[in-house]
Design a protein around this ligand. Sequence first.
Ligand SMILES: Nc1nc2c(ncn2[C@@H]2O[C@H](COP(=O)(O)OP(=O)(O)O)[C@@H](O)[C@H]2O)c(=O)[nH]1
Ligand SMILES: [Mg+2]
Length: 323
Amino acid sequence: MRRINGLNLVGRTGDGKSTFGNLLLQHSEGSAQMPNVFGEGAGAASHTHEPKAQVTTNQAIGSFQIQDFAGLMDTGGVAQDEVNIRKIVEFIRPQGTTKAFILVINEQAPRFDAGMQDAVKLLYDSFGPLMMRNCAVVFTRAYGVRSPQYARRYLAEEVLPIMATRGMLSTRSMPCWQVNSRPEDLLMIGASQERVDQVHTQNRQTVLEILRWAAALDDLDVSGAVIGEYDDQRRIRENDQKMAEVEAQVIQARKEGDEAKAKTLEEHALRLQAEVDAANANVRAAQADAARAQAEAARASDNGSGFFGFLGQIVGLVVKAVL
Ligand SMILES: Nc1nc2c(ncn2[C@@H]2O[C@H](COP(=O)(O)OP(=O)(O)O)[C@@H](O)[C@H]2O)c(=O)[nH]1
Ligand SMILES: [Mg+2]
């Protein structure tokens, strides 16, 4: 199967997924000007729109398929959310693997509230814990008022700990970027053309960074994604099942005296075993990470929650290190 390298844009309606998708297309190709493929703005923000995809190739980095989806946490409510997330899962699963999920958040009104948490959790429960390793955040409408440190802190304090308490695999270091996807709008508030050009240049650098980040990721296996029903144990069972089938074929070939066929099958079995071992190790590592993150989050809320809880932990660690 041709590898698709999907970059999946998810987030709240109106936060700028489609506009950012167009920005990715515009800057990923050499100097080519891509038309705006993804419908932007109020009319296009309808909560029922179908997934849209567009391939883009950067000679140095690779080919990616930008995939734009209807908004999470839509005005259509929880039921519409489920419909939309089902569409995301059904669209991506047949692709076999995917590259990355990009959670798009409007920097001017960043809210990781209960509805958004539910939506992200549903995605997580559909694609599995490894999804979080292929996940990043892009803050849109970043007008330069909030620093990159602010963005990272927002993630570390407001998003990742909540993910952990909601049982999602969490790290303190999810990559994030800031963009202003509509630099021309700055002219309307009196910015100079020079400033606009600067933002274009920054956007281009950011887009290339994101593509490089995505290119370096391991593919995420999505072939077993079912909405809300990701099941590690089932995946491990399925892998073991595949192995058992090939081993049975080897035995059968030996019985039939077909040593050449048995050898070929055995080589196949060895390759498969390596794949299965790697997949299982990944799943177990993700489970261990999730358990650790949960325990950490529980400790943090014992120590007083949020930033100061986190600070307390760091102080605790430093004290331990000194002792
Ligand atoms: N100035 C500015 N406007 C943006 C930015 N991102 C999105 N918008 C505007 O916000 C509105 C919603 O964006 P859209 O991409 O349709 O959001 P979606 O529903 O998440 O796909 C549109 O009018 C965009 O022009 C940004 O980075 N800067
Ligand atoms: Mg849109």
